[in-house]
Design a protein around this ligand. Structure first.
Ligand SMILES: CC(C)[C@H](C(=O)O)[C@@H](O)C(=O)O
Ligand code: SF4
Length: 472
């Protein structure tokens, strides 16, 4: 019999019951919640006369709707939008009522759910982790089985600690070799999506492997797993190794003493067996990857910074031609225009893809001693959590950004999506370190270009896209 993949192992160790229809009940170890998808689940639970079954498995924080400007220190009253305020208030109230651990708006541990889970050691290797949020795939970077769920499933997990799920197929994305200088995890994952497309991972759990993935920091692995969902896969994973153990060690929710030793021993098995068979295998050569920039309205519409946007006239497939034409029109770009000719209006460094300390350091290297171009209306840096912010300030990164003309904000989802005051105006181009570039994602009519933190900082000081390697 063939060996097991990491996904097979995680699945098998959490499958409670296989049902006649081919689906299974799987046990959930960690449930992370935010203010957008949990209020209705709480209401549903109450209407059914139930309570959360395992309160200690849940951690909560508001992130999508919180303002990131200094006024936000005024607490919940600082949220001007009524619906947003009600969502945060509802989350707070239910967490208080049930005794759920919540990092409220002005707690230094507050931040984007996918940043704070790992930061607190609440995400551990070998766990099943769910959250009512599609980028829960981020947590797979620890050798965990993590994916987003819908609001009715949030309620189901509250009530039963289990989830009805169907096993997916196994996909291996192997990236071998050494990344060129100045090329990062974000460029790898954008290149993967450019290659396989946004439907490439449909129905699969992706394991990212190969020497280029092993060489990444845990932060970099999170960036890659974060965007698995943009490749069509709800799950992205990286096998646990010494770096994983080192990262988790000593964090507030991590085990300690004898439990720690036993856990570390058990985590050694969180790798795919050498003879495991994958349904689909994709290979990339790390040495060939260049800094990436998305030009269109889907993450698969991405190119290397030295390329030109496509010409629909050269596309024989009529459906593809139509989508290129539509994307060019929405984005206000001309066929064959060089990526480096795209003039930016705003720059956003943040989101669960790229707001960890390593991301801020990479952007600061470029910002240091330079100035945001006068043509840029706004460049903001939004740390992923209060603890990332504190760490960055201890390292003096805030000063570097402020001196260069960036704004230094409070943590939250911010300009990643238009659910809070940080947003684009119609027609504006934004170099953004986030993960989605759909029409209107950052504000109605806004034009998003997905890039790495270093590329975003380089665009800020140059006013147009530039190969960051010219500035290092
Ligand atoms: C609001 C939330 C449900 C949503 C998600 O599921 O991903 C958001 O985080 C996003 O990035 O679009
Ligand atoms: S930062 Fe963006 S992608 Fe991440 S959870 Fe928030 S809205 Fe979703």
């Amino acid at each position: 019999m063939a060996g097991k993949t990491l996904y097979d192992k995680l699945w098998d160790s959490h499958e409670v019951k296989r049902r006649d229809d081919g689906s299974s009940l799987i046990y959930i170890d960690r449930h992370i919640i935010h203010e957008v998808t949990s209020p209705q689940a709480f209401e549903g639970l109450r209407l059914a006369g139930r309570k959360p079954w395992r309160v200690d498995s849940i951690i909560a924080t508001p992130d999508h709707n919180v303002p990131t400007t200094p006024e936000r220190k005024g607490g919940i009253e600082a949220i001007a939008d009524q619906v947003s305020r009600l969502q945060v208030q509802t989350l707070d109230d239910y967490c208080d009522e049930y005794g759920i651990t919540e990092f409220k708006m002005n707690d230094v541990r507050q931040g984007i759910v996918h940043v704070i889970g790992p930061e607190q050691g609440a995400t551990l290797p070998g766990m099943t982790v769910v959250c009512g949020d599609s980028h829960t795939s981020t947590h797979g970077a620890f050798g965990a089985l993590a994916h987003g769920i819908g609001t009715s499933e949030v309620e189901h997990v509250f009530a039963t600690q289990c989830l009805v799920a169907k096993k997916m197929k196994n996909m291996l994305v192997r990236v071998e070799g050494t990344l060129p200088f100045g090329v990062t995890a974000k460029d790898i994952v954008l290149a993967v999506i450019g290659k396989i497309g946004t439907a490439g991972g449909n129905g699969h759990a992706i394991e990212f492997a190969g020497s280029a993935i092993r060489d990444l920091s845990i932060e970099g692995r999170m960036t890659i797993c974060n965007m698995s969902i943009e490749a069509g896969a709800r799950v992205g994973m990286v096998a646990a190794d010494e770096k994983t153990v080192e990262y988790v060690k000593g964090r507030p929710f991590a085990p300690s003493g004898a439990d720690w030793d036993a856990a570390v021993e058990a985590w050694k098995d969180l790798v795919s067996d050498a003879d495991a068979v994958f349904d689909t295998v994709v290979e990339l050569d790390a040495a060939q990857i260049k800094p990436q920039v998305s030009w269109g309205t889907s993450p698969e519409m991405v190119l290397a910074v030295d390329q030109n946007v496509p010409d629909p006239a050269k596309e024989a497939d009529l459906v593809k031609r139509g989508s290129i034409e539509r994307a060019l029109k929405y984005m206000g770009l001309k066929a064959n225009q060089a990526i480096t000719d795209i003039q930016l209006d705003r720059v956003f460094i943040g989101s669960c893809t790229n707001s960890r300390i390593e991301d801020l350091r990479a952007a600061a290297v470029i910002a240091k001693g330079r100035k945001v171009a006068s043509t840029i209306k706004q460049a903001i840096v939004v740390p992923g959590s209060g603890l990332v912010k504190a760490q960055a300030e201890a390292e003096g990164l805030d000063k570097i950004f402020l001196e260069a003309g960036f704004e230094w904000r409070e943590p939250g989802c911010s300009m990643c999506l238009a659910m809070n005051p940080d947003r684009l105006e119609s027609g504006e181009h934004c170099a953004s370190t986030s993960n989605r570039n759909f029409e209107g994602r950052q504000g109605a009519g806004g034009r998003t270009h997905l890039v790495s933190p270093a590329m975003a900082a380089a665009a800020a000081v140059n006013g147009r896209f530039i190969d960051v390697r010219e500035l290092i």
